[in-house]
Design a binder for this molecule. Structure first.
Ligand SMILES: NC(=O)c1ccc[n+]([C@@H]2O[C@H](COP(=O)([O-])OP(=O)(O)OC[C@H]3O[C@@H](n4cnc5c(N)ncnc54)[C@H](OP(=O)(O)O)[C@@H]3O)[C@@H](O)[C@H]2O)c1
Length: 270
């Protein structure tokens, strides 16, 4: 079987975004991808582009080397049970993006002999700019590189311990919303000081993109780059200090830790 064949089981928001990202990377062709959902009508556009679209999860799992599980948490166990014959018959990798389903939970369902991984991408995966954290069971570590390579096609990927998956969800998946809220506020401030809304949004977004690229490309600490912008008694430090007096860093850190506590509360109630 083609080692590049990927089945995406439960192709909704994130499943489709992953498929789009993999195709856009050029590393995967339409015939490398098999997508499932119960109501395949919603995937007609992708079928017309040459992707295989079916509602039979087991057939999809049998036809792929790597199986991505992208259903909602409440559907995940049922789908894993459904594809057990395929998992137990062959040398497959099962990669789940399902929030709250640990590697231990997955191993309890599949039994031994299946390569198990979790991945936490974010919605920027559709434009190949995801930050995706990946974890692997001890036995699957030797097989993690192809999974990391797949997610590197659609952004950046990092191997982490499974215990940190909730933290990865907050920082990378919820993090998209946190960053966008910063940009919305920045645009609103920009309008108050003279720009039309769309000009303010462009300036805010490109400025954040540039600031992020400075860190990603140089590896510098944020404060090192901030020091370059803050002239003594200047306007940047005056604005920054006022933001800190109003609790800027503190409110971000508290938001992150609140989201983290909430994830555990949600998992306990499932
Ligand atoms: N959205 C994000 O940013 C993000 C990021 C990281 C991780 N995640 C995780 O990814 C998972 C999916 O999230 P989502 O936003 O993509 O949800 P979603 O849009 O609801 O997608 C799930 C899809 O699964 C399909 N489905 C349900 N039962 C199925 C079954 N038995 N067999 C095959 N397909 C089935 C549904 O379509 P039908 O009803 O037609 O079957 C639906 O389109 C969640 O666990 C979420 O926590 C999401």
């Amino acid at each position: 079987m083609n080692a590049n064949r990927i089945a995406i089981l439960g192709a909704g928001n994130i499943g489709i975004a992953i498929a789009e990202g993999l195709l856009a990377s050029g590393a995967y062709q339409p015939d490398n991808l098999i997508l499932t959902r119960r109501n395949t009508r919603h995937l007609e556009g992708l079928a017309a582009r040459g992707l295989t679209v079916i509602s039979d999860n087991l057939a999809a799992a049998r036809g792929a080397h790597t199986i991505l599980l992208t259903v909602q948490p409440g559907q995940a166990r049922e789908v894993i049970r459904e594809i057990l014959p395929a998992l137990q018959a062959g040398d497959k990798s099962l990669v789940s993006v399902v929030t709250g389903l640990s590697l231990k939970d997955m191993a309890a369902l599949t039994g031994p002999g299946v390569h198990l991984f979790r991945a936490m991408p974010n919605t920027a995966i559709a434009i190949r700019e995801s930050m995706t954290c990946v974890s692997a069971t001890e036995e699957s570590r030797a097989r993690v590189q192809p999974v990391l390579d797949m997610f590197e096609c659609v952004g950046r990927a990092l191997l982490i311990e499974d215990e940190l998956m909730a933290s990865a969800t907050v920082l990378a998946a919820c993090g998209v919303a946190f960053a966008l809220r910063y940009m919305r506020a920045s645009s609103q401030g920009g309008t108050e000081i003279g720009f039309h809304a769309e000009e303010a949004q462009l300036i805010a977004a490109q400025t954040v993109k540039g600031a992020a690229a400075l860190l990603l490309e140089t590896g510098h600490h944020p404060e090192y780059e901030i020091d370059k912008v803050t002239t003594p008694m200047g306007c940047t430090i005056a604005g920054l200090n006022e933001m800190e007096h109003q609790g800027f860093s503190s409110s971000l850190i508290r938001g992150i830790t609140t989201s983290h506590r909430k994830i555990y509360k949600i998992s306990e109630s499932q």
